[in-house]
Design a protein around this ligand. Structure first.
Ligand SMILES: NC(=O)C1=CN([C@@H]2O[C@H](COP(=O)(O)OP(=O)(O)OC[C@H]3O[C@@H](n4cnc5c(N)ncnc54)[C@H](O)[C@@H]3O)[C@@H](O)[C@H]2O)C=CC1
Ligand SMILES: O=C(O)C(=O)[C@H](O)COP(=O)(O)O
Length: 374
């Protein structure tokens, strides 16, 4: 059996070697020539898997170690009889931690959660976790997800226009879809900007094309948008210079890059390939994953509200402004920064040691966020 794999998928190296010949290639340079004798292709978002790459190759399965599938031409793969799979939910906890870090900065600048409404557009694996996070910190939450609303006939969802009118923070967690009634390409555009509450904050960690660059620029220039946070960009890694200069926080598509999120993506991919090709790896797990040097957070005596203590704890696990600073210093190293990302572990790998005076409300918030409490 022959496999071609993106060379930046962690924990993959050594796993298939006893059973298959595997070649590792940078994702954006995998070519038809590389796939001449290949049975399975393992990719990330950097390999466009369409007819031009795969036609007349023996590839039987394409597995992407990501949730997003906009780099796969799914209708073509299906009509060509090539199986495909992704890794649903693999990095949803990681994106939740990213959003938590953004909210932590806002809280430490004085934002009061109980007086702030977060509008979540796209309530799938990520959106649900962001909603749980926002509730845990005490924010008011609005949810928009027309596909789920139609299917579940639930009244927990609202229209996008209602959400835009009432939310102080709007965060996008939809897939990128260019066609159909739920198309999300430029979902945030000049018409949606017009409906948005003045002074709102927009966060996009879904796909760059979900928020129109010109609209974001216009919104920031005329003061309609108070702040913009972008992890994803139209035409990344070549990001728009002015947009990058103007956003409050700008990061190189790393919201899903916790060690946990990356490992989940690899594990799901390995299991799927093993199942399809009958390899004895369907239960495979990594032996160890890197940990932060000191995964303990010691709380001090304080009478501050629990959400402030929680915000400080969140930033000890992951401070989004460090990723922002790296990209600001070297925007041309967008891909390089993704390829050599520091160790980031999610809340459940951190132990919070409360002070004797830490009250029960604060302890509950920290537990709800997923911290281990000693
Ligand atoms: N920046 C990063 O590192 C990461 C980015 N992502 C992006 O975030 C997206 C969401 O991730 P998950 O929640 O795991 O995917 P998911 O598939 O579990 O959830 C997507 C949700 O969006 C909803 N949706 C679809 N069209 C919509 C529309 N027009 N308006 C509102 N909602 C709509 C769907 O019904 C679904 O509930 C991914 O497709 C990917 O593009 C995901 C993980 C990491
Ligand atoms: O899972 C997704 O979808 C994402 O956007 C990933 O976080 C991007 O991951 P890579 O393609 O860089 O592995």
């Amino acid at each position: 059996m022959k496999i071609v794999a993106d060379d930046k998928i962690p924990t993959l190296k050594g796993v298939f070697e006893p059973y298959a010949e595997i070649t590792y290639i940078p994702g954006n340079s995998i070519s038809k020539e590389d796939l001449k004798n290949t049975d399975a292709l393992i990719v990330r978002t950097r390999t466009k898997c369409h007819q031009a790459l795969l036609e007349d190759t023996p590839v039987k399965m394409v597995a992407t170690a990501t949730i997003g599938t906009d780099h796969l031409d799914v209708p073509w793969l299906e009509q060509a009889g090539i199986k495909w799979c992704n890794a649903p939910g693999c990095n949803s906890g990681s994106v939740r931690q990213y959003i938590a870090s953004v909210l932590a900065h806002l809280i430490l600048e004085g934002m009061v959660p109980a007086a702030t409404t977060i509008g979540i557009v796209g309530v799938g694996m990520v959106g649900k976790k962001v909603a749980q996070l926002a509730h845990a910190l005490g924010f008011k939450v609005l949810l928009n997800d027309p596909p789920r609303q139609r299917m579940e006939k639930s009244d927990q969802f609202c229209d996008l226009s209602y959400l835009l009118k009432h939310a102080d923070i709007v965060t996008f967690h939809t897939p990128l879809n260019k066609r159909g009634q739920d198309a999300t390409f430029h979902l945030f555009n000049k018409d949606t900007l017009r409906q948005l509450k003045k002074g709102a904050i927009v966060i996009n960690s879904s796909r760059g094309e979900v928020t129109d660059t010109r609209t974001l620029l216009r919104g920031m220039d005329n003061g309609h948008l108070a702040r913009v946070v972008l992890d994803v960009w139209e035409s990344e890694p070549d990001i728009h210079h002015d947009l990058h200069q103007k956003v409050w926080l700008g990061t190189p598509h790393i919201a899903g890059y916790s060690v946990d999120g990356k490992a989940n993506g690899s594990i799901m991919t390995i299991h799927a390939i093993a199942k399809e090709f009958d390899l004895p790896l369907t239960q495979w797990q990594p032996q160890t994953l890197p940990m932060p040097e000191n995964p303990f957070i010691y709380l001090e005596a304080t009478d501050e509200p629990g959400y402030i203590t929680a915000a400080k704890a969140i930033l000890k696990t992951y401070n989004v402004s460090e990723d922002d600073a790296r990209l600001r210093e070297n925007p041309q190293n967008f891909e390089k920064q993704r390829g050599s990302y520091p160790v980031r572990r999610e809340f459940h790998k951190w132990t919070v040691v409360p002070h004797a005076q830490t009250n029960s409300e604060t302890r509950q918030i920290l537990k709800d966020l997923g911290f281990i409490l000693k």
